[in-house]
Write a protein that binds this ligand. Structure first.
Ligand SMILES: Nc1ncnc2c1ncn2[C@@H]1O[C@H](COP(=O)(O)OP(=O)(O)OP(=O)(O)O)[C@@H](O)[C@H]1O
Ligand SMILES: [Mg+2]
Length: 455
């Protein structure tokens, strides 16, 4: 069953008719709230959803649907130029996008692919269950010694009930490690719930963590469970924990100490048995020293520390990862399987990946889409890596000094990428595989301004 969600009645009619004629069972919802109700009560296999809706936007619905149906494929229907939305949507697990206005052929292909992929995934999960292998979700690729050590740490930490603090740069695989721990723990068949601590607005902290009763505040039309309750019996990932506001730190600390809380607007005490895993790209000890992170909370979270090394410090894993990502990208984009030429893998291995595994993954995805042969060659890698080039001896001429030379190189890469992408920060950050905030920070440190800011 395909659920179509759009606040525009005409779109609902056109889309349901097209899919109905193609033989699909169709349900519709005229808004975000209605969509969540349908998802909760009907055997929906796929959701096609508008992003802009007056009551609850598509991204929020996508995120909330993850609480009850983490595996439900969602295709978002977006207008032009909504790259930021697309990026967020991918993070939340959107499967695909349809540009509005929607062409009928494109619609049918997208729906068919999404449903085919879904039945493959289900079949796969079934086979794995039958074979007694864990879910495919969190296998950590990489045969090098650093990954072997990491897997061993995960294997040892998982069955204990200890809290884990996962640290590492952006895109190194912290979330994947957290999921692996969950899947290898005896909580594996209970929920894995994620909370992005950096993204909770101050006025919603309590409601996010503890939930609220109906009518607890304006806008609380229905009761809602908080993350601690949703993760009961399972695992709660406190992501970006280093960016948690002080007010939230105090509330989290209280739950960790007491194991219980009240919903907003409610008087009943709820006990929670959620195993907490925290993740951050910050040096949390330094945050404590700087007075930005509570020491008592730090010690409660940092029971088992696990550090995920940067990709440039374990280059031996690049080929394995690249091969895996290429296979996945081909499958996802409906392309015949491709391979890398040996020189292409070598070229991939010398890049520094400031955005770590995520950057490599995006890069490979781009190559899979752009390449037309069955083999990806070194020249295609070179073309796909903006700013990457052979080491140049002249940068290191005497008297320049190592740090100045490195800064100069960074400046060149960033200026080049900015120029190539119309000074658009979001786009530049994406091609460089950096978080936007990280790019801004770098630019500030290097004294780079965008063209329009110079005036
Ligand atoms: N060892 C690995 N094997 C396979 N895929 C990996 C591995 N490490 C990371 N990935 C993939 O790289 C991407 C980034 O990983 P993840 O989201 O876990 O990183 P993160 O450290 O949480 O990043 P951020 O700091 O930006 O939140 C994901 O798509 C993940 O599946
Ligand atoms: Mg993460």
């Amino acid at each position: 069953m395909v659920l179509i969600v759009d606040d525009e009645p005409n779109n609902l009619v056109t889309l349901s008719r097209a899919l109905g004629l193609a033989g699909y069972t169709v349900e519709t919802a005229a808004g975000g709230r209605e969509a969540l109700e349908r998802i909760a009560e009907l055997p929906v296999d796929l959701v096609l959803m508008d992003v802009k809706m007056p009551d609850l936007d598509g991204l929020t619905v996508l995120e909330r649907s993850r609480e009850t149906r983490p595996d439900l494929p969602v295709v978002l229907m977006t207008g032009h130029g909504s790259y930021e939305i697309a990026k967020q949507a991918v993070k939340l697990g959107a499967k695909d996008f349809l540009d509005k206005p929607i062409e009928k052929d494109r619609l049918l292909v997208t729906v068919r692919n999404a449903l085919a992929l879904r039945s493959l995934e289900l079949e796969n999960a079934e086979l794995r269950r039958a074979a007694g292998v864990g879910p495919a979700g969190a296998d950590l690729v990489g045969a090098g010694p650093a990954m072997a050590r990491l897997r061993e740490l995960v294997r040892r930490a998982a069955p204990s009930e200890g809290r884990v603090l996962v640290t590492g740069e952006n895109g190194t695989g912290k979330e994947l490690v957290a999921r692996a721990i969950h899947e290898q723990s005896r909580r594996a068949d209970r929920p894995f719930v994620k909370l992005n601590c950096a993204a909770v607005p101050a006025e919603l902290i309590e409601s996010e963590l503890f939930g609220h009763e109906r009518g607890a505040f304006t806008g609380a039309a229905t009761a809602r469970r908080g993350k601690f309750e949703l993760a009961d019996g399972g695992t709660l990932l406190l992501d970006e924990v280093g960016d948690m506001q002080p007010a939230m730190q105090a509330k989290v600390l209280r739950v960790l100490q007491e194991g219980e809380f009240e919903r907003v607007g409610g008087s009943v005490t709820v006990r929670t048995d959620a195993r907490v895993i925290a993740a951050t790209n910050k040096d949390l000890a330094a945050e404590v020293t700087a007075g930005r992170f509570r020491e008592d909370l730090y010690y409660r979270l940092n029971v088992v520390p696990i550090h995920v090394p940067a990709l440039r410090d374990r280059r031996e894993d690049v080929p394995d990862l690249a091969v895996r990502f290429l296979a996945e990208a081909c499958a996802r984009n409906g392309r015949r399987p491709m391979t890398f030429a040996r020189e292409a893998l070598a070229a991939l291995q010398v890049h520094d990946y400031p955005g770590n595994v995520r950057e490599l993954r995006n890069l490979v995805e781009r190559m899979a889409i752009l390449s037309d042969g069955p083999t990806v060659g070194a020249d295609e890698v070179a073309a796909a890596l903006p700013g990457a080039r052979r080491p140049r001896v002249d940068r290191f001429r005497e008297g320049v000094g190592f740090h100045a030379a490195v800064e100069e190189a960074e400046r060149e890469v960033i200026l080049g990428a900015l120029a190539a992408h119309g000074e658009n920060i979001a786009e530049t950050a994406r091609v460089l595989g950096l978080e936007r905030s990280h790019l801004y920070k770098k630019m500030r440190a290097l004294g780079i301004r965008r063209g329009e800011e110079e005036r």
